[in-house]
Design a protein around this ligand. Structure first.
Ligand code: HSE
Length: 432
């Protein structure tokens, strides 16, 4: 029986320091939950002299990765350095040295998850990554264990806190995207380079991980359709409110008849949808299972201690497996070959805000474009814009296919009826 467990930590930034604080500060709980002492033996850092936000014996620090990933006394390696190539290399080395690995790295797992999981399995090691999606929310364990008995058909996630914070502030304080982003950067809530968050890439990586687990299929980042929030305007949010919707950046993963669609895009949610009430930097994942019906998990998607909570829970799982002698057995190969839906198999409703010529015949020409594609309109509003002969038309379609909607979009753009398509979003509430 394992008598004690030593951990090597790769990285001592915000999250790494949180892991040290939790492992040191929760010794009694850890001992009770796993049945043996767990301690941190070595920590890889870039700068040995930097001030840290946790108490750590300086003798544990090293600038040589090999002293962590090749130390025969280290049982578990926790990777929190981020980035892709270096993290991948260290994890592969650690696994080949028969060390169990825990990572918070969604970029790495979205791109190289399949390779790393099979390396873990070959070496009889655990590779856990709970913190890679939605920080402190135990969403991966929910999919892998809690709902293991069910068939999941739909997952919708608010899995990026930065964009949820920006959209909440724009909506509540009637500010522009640029104003809120600048303020969020000044307060340190948004990155200096916010591209990955605001353009939906961070959320897409997380959705690739969730879709792979929830649908038991290898879904790659390239399979996720992505659109960010940078072109959303105050006018769009105002109309959304009038129509009874909230605008959210939604990761949408849906399975019908064995085929899946995965996207990240600004989406209008009916105010009655459980995700519509998720405000500020919070994350939430809504799951629909054939047997369980609707469930939703809500919580912090980032932050030092929330993220460390997930990492240290992974550590508890690894140590329990060590004591039972069952490490490396939890990876289940995907049950299904990947089958992505074609555009004519993806159902949705769509919102348009259009500028049209304010003259006789425009309205009927406009509605006939929708009618010609056999798409009917659920909501419709028109008002003049200034006195320049332009009217703003805002509408929401009934459920149609993505293909039909793309055809309509092109015809609206090219027909001469519409001066400008000001905005265009998916609306939740299409066929289940
Ligand atoms: N940048 C992410 C977010 C947190 O804003 O939610 C880390 O995944």
């Amino acid at each position: 029986m394992v008598q004690n467990v030593s951990v090597g930590l790769l990285g001592l930034g915000t999250v790494g320091s949180g892991v040290v604080r939790m492992v040191e500060g929760h010794q009694e709980e850890l001992l009770h939950r796993v049945g043996c002492p767990v301690y941190i033996k070595r920590v890889l850092v870039q700068n040995l002299d930097k001030e840290r936000s946790c108490h750590i014996n300086p003798e544990l620090l090293t600038s040589k990765a090999d002293e962590v990933v090749s130390d025969p006394e280290i049982d578990v390696v926790i990777e929190v350095i981020g980035g892709i190539e270096r993290a991948r290399e260290y994890i592969l080395q650690a696994l080949s040295n028969k060390k169990h690995v825990i990572t918070a790295n969604k970029d790495l797992m979205a791109l190289h998850g399949a390779e790393l999981l099979s390396a873990a399995e070959e070496n009889g090691c655990d590779l856990f990554y709970e913190a890679s999606v939605a920080g402190g929310i135990p969403i991966i364990r929910t999919l892998v264990d809690g709902l293991a008995s069910d068939r999941i058909t739909k997952m919708m996630g608010i899995v990026n806190g930065t964009t949820n914070y920006i959209l909440t502030k724009m909506d509540k304080e009637n500010l522009t995207f640029e104003e809120v982003l600048k303020e969020a950067q000044e307060l340190g809530y948004a990155e200096a380079d916010p591209t990955s968050d605001v353009e939906g890439i961070d959320a897409a990586r997380k959705m690739a991980i969730l879709a792979s687990l929830g649908f038991s299929m290898n879904i790659h980042l390239d399979d996720v359709e992505v659109k960010g929030i940078s072109s959303i305007t105050s006018e769009d949010l105002e109309y959304a409110r009038q129509f009874g919707y909230s605008m959210k950046l939604i990761g949408n993963a849906k399975k019908d008849n064995g085929k899946v669609e995965v996207s990240v895009e600004p989406t209008l949610l009916p105010d009655t949808h459980p995700l519509a009430s998720v405000q500020n930097e919070y994350n939430a994942v809504y799951i629909y299972g054939e047997a369980v019906g609707e469930t939703m998990l809500f919580g912090p998607g980032a932050g030092q201690l929330p993220t460390a909570t997930s990492i240290v829970s992974d550590l508890v799982a690894v140590v329990r497996n060590m004591r039972l002698g069952v490490n490396g057995k939890s990876v289940v190969a995907p049950q299904f070959d990947k089958q992505l839906k074609k555009d004519d198999e993806i159902a949705g409703k769509y919102f348009y805000r259009l500028h049209v010529k304010d003259e006789a015949g425009t309205f009927s020409a406009l509605t006939s474009i929708f009618a010609n594609h056999e798409v009917s309109l659920e909501k419709l509003l028109q008002k003049p814009v200034g006195d320049n002969g332009v009217a703003e038309v805002v509408l929401v379609t009934h459920t149609t296919s993505k293909q039909q909607n793309d055809n309509i979009y092109q015809q609206l753009r090219d027909s001469g009826v519409v001066n400008q398509i000001k905005s265009h979003y998916r609306v939740e509430g299409g066929a289940q």
